[in-house]
Design a protein around this ligand. Structure first.
Ligand SMILES: [Zn+2]
Length: 406
């Protein structure tokens, strides 16, 4: 993850990368050598790769081991020998042929092998397809928010790819000039994949309601938070379409956005003990109630900062209304944990990090619900925002399909 303390961005205008990893044009395979449990393979242009025998046997592409239509491995693991022996191997017409000592035969295509190298360069290329690079930001993003036209995004794949890649990198992006009527969030979501349904429905209308079952459905200030921390499978991305907004006041009904990962990384640097408390203390996040006659009692137990096995932040849970009064403890760290949480809150609201922006009718704001902490100021009558969620699985998949095919 890059930390960008602040420099100008080049965003939606950036050139699309057209690298298609499915169409590698390389020289032919020329040579193969076996060495213990490895095969060393050479190409005509001197490229060399090394493959473990166990991996080659596991990835045999024959019809007994691999189902071509579903592109799925069908080899039975319960019958699989993890120490396969080779009786012979050779390169024939650019294809690697392996005869195994149990009589099975495998053939591996040159490009297929090359794409699956265990060397750093091959692994880096694959990681580019699988893991998106994030650029952290502070309040300076306000002048550089990734923006695109709604109709371009839904009608032109190139525009959709550019815009979604900005969303991957920065965790926030805006589409402008959408029609000011309900239904646009569904059109957009269906261009990418499909809406993530929650107990608030598929689309939801954010406006002051007579008997609100969620604080979002009032006209008061909504303090900074992430949505639905009480879901184990929390929606990845929020889509908020501003249908109506009183534009006579600059402050009323403005949205507030903070890069939670940037603030958390700053905490990790400056206040490591506070960071550790927020990353290791379990919290109960909950939501109980009724929506559209569906009764729910959701609880998810997780820290404020969730990290992967490398220590990289993958999810922030942060919601004052949806933090349960049940506290898993331990008792001895409760005071310090509250101090750490308050410090995080103070940093989120600091001028260094907080972006305030007022959506105009027709704007669709999209942001990463695992990363970006959001809120809004109080508003008068007439504000109407239609919202929906979509998961990162669908966005990342659409991007790979559009960029690389299947
Ligand atoms: Zn096979």
């Amino acid at each position: 993850m890059l930390h960008n303390s602040f420099k100008p961005f080049i965003l939606v205008s950036q050139k699309l990368r057209c690298t298609n990893f499915g169409l590698v044009v390389k020289h032919m395979l020329t040579k193969v050598e076996k060495c213990e449990n490895l095969l060393h393979v050479s190409w005509k242009d001197s490229t060399k790769r090394t493959y473990p025998l166990v991996w080659l046997r596991d990835n045999c592409q024959c019809e007994k081991c691999f189902h071509p239509e579903s592109k799925s491995r069908t080899l039975l693991l319960k019958e699989f020998d993890t120490h396969p022996a080779v009786s012979s191997c050779k390169v024939l017409n650019g294809t690697l042929s392996v005869a195994w000592s149990d009589g099975h035969k495998s053939a591996f295509n040159s490009d297929w092998l090359l794409l699956r190298g265990f060397d750093n360069e091959s692994q880096r290329k694959r990681s580019e397809q699988v893991c998106s690079q994030k650029i952290l930001w502070n309040s300076g993003l306000k002048e550089n928010l990734p923006r695109s036209n709604f109709f371009s995004a839904i009608n032109e794949n190139e525009s959709l790819v550019c815009w979604l890649k900005s969303l991957q990198k920065y965790g926030v992006a805006i589409l402008e000039n959408a029609p000011c009527k309900q239904g646009q969030v569904r059109i957009l979501a269906h261009k990418i994949g499909f809406i993530k349904k929650t107990h608030y429905g598929e689309e939801f209308q954010v406006q002051a309601k007579d008997q609100p079952n969620n604080v979002a459905y009032t006209s008061t200030e909504l303090q900074l938070h992430t949505d639905l921390p009480y879901y184990e499978y929390k929606p990845g991305v929020n889509i908020l379409h501003c249908i109506a907004q009183d534009m006579t006041s600059a402050e009323k009904g403005e949205n507030q956005l903070v890069d939670g990962f940037a603030v958390a990384e700053n905490m990790r640097d400056k206040y490591p003990d506070a960071f550790k408390l927020l990353a290791t203390t379990l919290v109960d996040w909950s939501d109980v109630g009724v929506d559209d006659s569906f009764t729910f009692n959701k609880v998810y137990r997780a820290p404020v900062f969730c990290q992967d096995i490398t220590g990289q932040l993958i999810r922030i849970n942060y919601s004052q209304p949806q933090r349960d009064s049940y506290f898993p403890g331990p008792l001895e760290t409760v005071q310090d944990w509250y101090d750490a949480l308050k410090l995080f809150c103070t940093m989120l609201y600091s001028e260094e990090y907080l972006v305030r922006l007022k959506l105009k009718p027709g704007d669709i704001l999209i942001f990463d619900n695992r990363r970006v902490v959001h809120g809004r100021s109080g508003f008068g009558g007439g504000r109407h925002v239609e919202g929906a969620y979509i998961d990162w699985d669908e966005i990342n998949s659409r991007l790979r399909v559009l960029e690389f095919g299947i």
